[in-house]
Design a protein around this ligand. Structure first.
Ligand code: UFG
Length: 320
């Protein structure tokens, strides 16, 4: 049985759906502070909180767990700068509680939600795993600290781990039964689609003077279903490899290009306002995915068009 901590969230729920489609038995544990119970389909479900180790231990006692996938974390870069205590406590202390509970219950395998934010301002792109890590905000720091904790726990306690560093997770389930639903929403693609369907007045483009062909930031958008597949492959390779793996498409798309693609797909105009740069945004973030292919046999399968089409379908029929 696979335990998915934070399986009611965006990437977690898509991974759970994929695992179940591939014949895995799954228990989701979530405190529902930001996840959605309706996003968990066909899996066992338990309320548990990483800051309450007894609640986690109860899940390990109730189910026969062999591997954990850990998504349960706060993820807002801006909030992490304003309230670092919340991030270090929840993300780092919470993960320590989870790891200690795993070890006490003799469970040694973990796949972890890491992020491109561990790199900070890139020295070169595409960013491979040899690129130096130097986070520029507490959110990225928490994820990097956890990666280092894994390496120490591996040496001392024989932990097997794969930390998957996502670039820009985006898109939604192809059948539109689950999708992205953050509150507040800060991510570009859902905000563009909300501006298009009138739920928001406009989309603010944060900076048009970057050193990129059209002056707006370039990101590597990766479909959430491709990420889900990578988690399954990580489980299947966890006895052969421990370490960090970058997950992206290797292709960058600018903010202006996203808006153009969204306008083409929806057939509607997106109201745009040009504003100042947002603090902490590097001009270009793009992943090398060669290691993901070498270690996991993983390759992204979805295009930018798939991402926006599925996100649009979800935006129009949101269930939560
Ligand atoms: N952007 C806008 N307007 C908006 C929102 C975003 O112009 O209203 C721009 C940003 O400046 C950025 C791009 O759109 O250039 C993407 O922004 P997102 O907020 O969607 O995503 P980020 O690249 O900032 O962050 C994502 C994840 C983080 C993770 C980071 C790693 O959401 O959790 O990638 O690089 F830390």
């Amino acid at each position: 049985m696979i335990l998915v901590m934070g399986g009611a969230g965006y990437i977690g729920s898509h991974t759970v759906k994929h695992l179940i489609q591939n014949g895995y038995e799954v228990v989701v544990a979530d405190n529902l502070c930001s996840g959605h119970k309706q996003a968990v389909q066909n899996a066992h479900f338990e309320i548990a909180d990483l800051l309450n180790p007894q609640s986690i231990d109860a899940v390990f006692k109730k189910y026969k767990i062999d591997t954990v996938i850990h998504f349960a974390a706060f993820l807002s870069v801006g909030e992490s700068v304003e309230n670092p205590a919340k991030y270090y406590r929840n993300n780092v202390v919470g993960t320590l509680n989870l790891l200690d509970t795993m070890i006490a219950n003799n469970v040694k395998n973990i796949v972890f939600s890491s992020t491109a934010a561990v790199f900070g301002n890139p020295q070169y792109t595409p960013i491979d795993e040899a690129h130096p890590t130097s986070p520029i905000n507490p959110y990225g720091q928490t994820k990097l600290m956890i990666e280092k904790i894994f390496a120490d726990y591996r040496r001392a306690y024989g932990l097997n781990y794969i930390a998957l560093r996502y670039f820009n997770a985006s898109g939604c389930s192809s059948d539109a039964t689950i999708g992205e639903s953050h509150n507040p929403e800060t991510h570009l693609i859902p905000l563009v689609l909300k501006a298009i369907n009138g739920e928001r007045e406009n989309i603010k483009i944060f900076g048009t003077d970057y050193d990129t062909p059209d002056g707006t930031c370039i990101r590597d958008y990766i479909h959430v279903e491709d990420l889900a597949t990578a988690h399954r492959l990580a489980i299947e390779h966890i006895n052969e490899y421990s370490g960090e793996i970058n997950l992206g498409t290797s292709k960058g798309t600018s903010v202006k290009e996203i808006i153009e693609i969204a306008e083409n797909i929806t057939g509607k105009k997106c109201p745009v306002v040009f504003t100042e740069r947002r603090a902490g945004d590097p001009a270009i973030l793009c992943a090398s995915n060669q290691k993901a292919y070498k270690v996991l046999g993983w390759k992204p399968t979805k295009s930018m068009k798939d991402i926006i089409e599925t996100a649009w379908k979800w935006e129009q029929n949101k269930k939560f």
